[in-house]
Design a protein around this ligand. Structure first.
Ligand SMILES: [Zn+2]
Ligand SMILES: [Zn+2]
Length: 405
């Protein structure tokens, strides 16, 4: 550990944990993060940040310029703009009823920080405080984006549309997610496609209902739906490269009314997950073609609502090297997980930032078997090992200093 990067003092750690517990006790759903946003804005303002509220409705942006003088070694050459690093932390909670019996249990009935975004905000606030004290140790701009509505509300796009990536132009982005799949003391960093694109579909097959004993007078929507479900699976097995990962899931089917009635319509809902840009781009067209072809062949018609939720989250290799090196300084080389176990078919709207600027989104291990902190994200019993919070701060402070050296 160098003198430039002092570790957190006991009172810093106390504050960090107190912040996380305060946020945990007062969770707010996407786009209603008023208390959270006020707390963040006050704190950033007190540390000398230029604060902008209501960026993406309830989002908060904090901007700080480093004062480190340019030296021969690090001077920015003509034509090369100064760097601006975006640190993104999401703020929203979930509509989950907390079942943990802890002092900091949710006081907002039916709402819970069951994904760990309370930890993300607490870590980012501690990093913000630390970088304000260390302004003379970096150059360029550090921009915090406290993002609303990650859980299905697409707060990332809302902030981007409100200009979070401009003035000054962001040159790279970082962020982390606490991760109960990894033990505390470990960090997961993966260069390339780390989290899947999430698409959602709602399909209705229209046939012609009738008597269960007289199929010749009908178009049986259930028989058509059965063919469609089977045919859709060939998208993954026959259209996507076997070296690429994709999932087509029909999660819900509803149709029919009685044992002796042929159904006139069937409704199907599901999700498509992809990693590569190629699969993400081509699957919707193939999906529609399969549905149309099967329906036409059997005399049925369809209506399809196919929605993009989030693109695949793709990390930049250089930024991942930087983060992995900083993480190794804090948790040791052995604590940095870089294999396929980091990847998940889950989605994250951080992907919208990483589509536009190079960056690294990584996982901070928070699982602790001995203490029973093993419950998955979104579970009513989700909780984390808080010793990971300081680890997150130490890593992020190093990444900022090195990127903005
Ligand atoms: Zn979540
Ligand atoms: Zn989350």
């Amino acid at each position: 550990m160098t003198t430039n990067t002092p570790s957190l003092s006991p009172s810093d750690i106390e504050q960090l944990i107190a912040d996380r517990r305060d946020l945990h006790a007062h969770p707010e759903l996407g786009y209603t993060e008023q208390r959270t946003a006020s707390l963040i804005a006050e704190r950033l303002d007190a540390h000398g940040y230029e604060v902008t509220r209501h960026v993406g409705r309830t989002g908060v942006v904090g901007l700080l310029e480093g004062t480190k003088a340019a030296t021969e070694a690090n001077s920015v050459s003509d034509g090369e703009a100064a760097r601006t690093l975006l640190y993104r932390a999401d703020m929203d909670a979930l509509p989950v009823h907390e079942e943990n019996e802890v002092a900091y249990r949710s006081q907002n009935e039916g709402v819970m920080h069951a994904c760990g975004h309370d930890a993300h905000v607490a870590i980012a606030l501690a990093v913000a405080a630390r970088m304000a004290e260390a302004r003379d140790q970096f150059r360029g701009h550090l921009k915090f984006a406290f993002q609303p509505a990650e859980e299905g509300g697409n707060g990332a796009t809302a902030m981007i549309e409100d200009g979070v990536l401009a003035v000054p132009d962001v040159t790279a982005a970082i962020g982390l997610h606490v991760w109960n799949n990894f033990p505390v003391g470990t960090v997961g960093v993966y260069a390339g496609p780390m989290m899947a694109a999430v698409d959602e579909f709602h399909l209705v097959i229209h046939g012609r209902g009738g008597h269960g004993a007289m199929p010749q007078q009908t178009v049986d929507a259930i028989v058509v739906a059965a063919q469609v479900v089977t045919a859709l699976q060939t998208i993954v097995s026959r259209n996507v490269s076997p070296l690429d990962a994709a999932v087509v899931t029909v999660g819900k089917i509803t149709g029919g009314s009685a044992f002796n009635v042929i159904a006139g319509a069937v409704e199907l809902r599901g999700t498509v997950r992809t990693f590569s840009k190629e699969a993400h781009t081509h699957i919707p067209g193939q999906f529609e073609r399969v549905v149309r072809g099967v329906c036409e062949a059997m005399g049925a018609s369809h209506t399809l609502d196919y929605k993009r939720q989030t693109p695949p989250l793709i990390n930049n290799a250089d930024m991942c090297e930087l983060v992995a090196n900083c993480a190794a300084d804090v948790v040791g080389r052995d604590g940095v997980i870089r294999d396929d176990s980091v990847r998940t078919m889950g989605g994250e709207d951080m992907s919208y930032f990483l589509e536009r600027v190079p960056g690294c989104y990584f996982f901070l291990g928070t699982r602790n078997e001995a203490r029973g902190l093993v419950h998955p994200h979104h579970s009513p019993r989700f909780d984390i090992d808080e010793t990971a919070l300081a680890t997150g701060v130490e890593i992020m402070a190093r990444v900022i200093r090195r990127y903005l050296a």
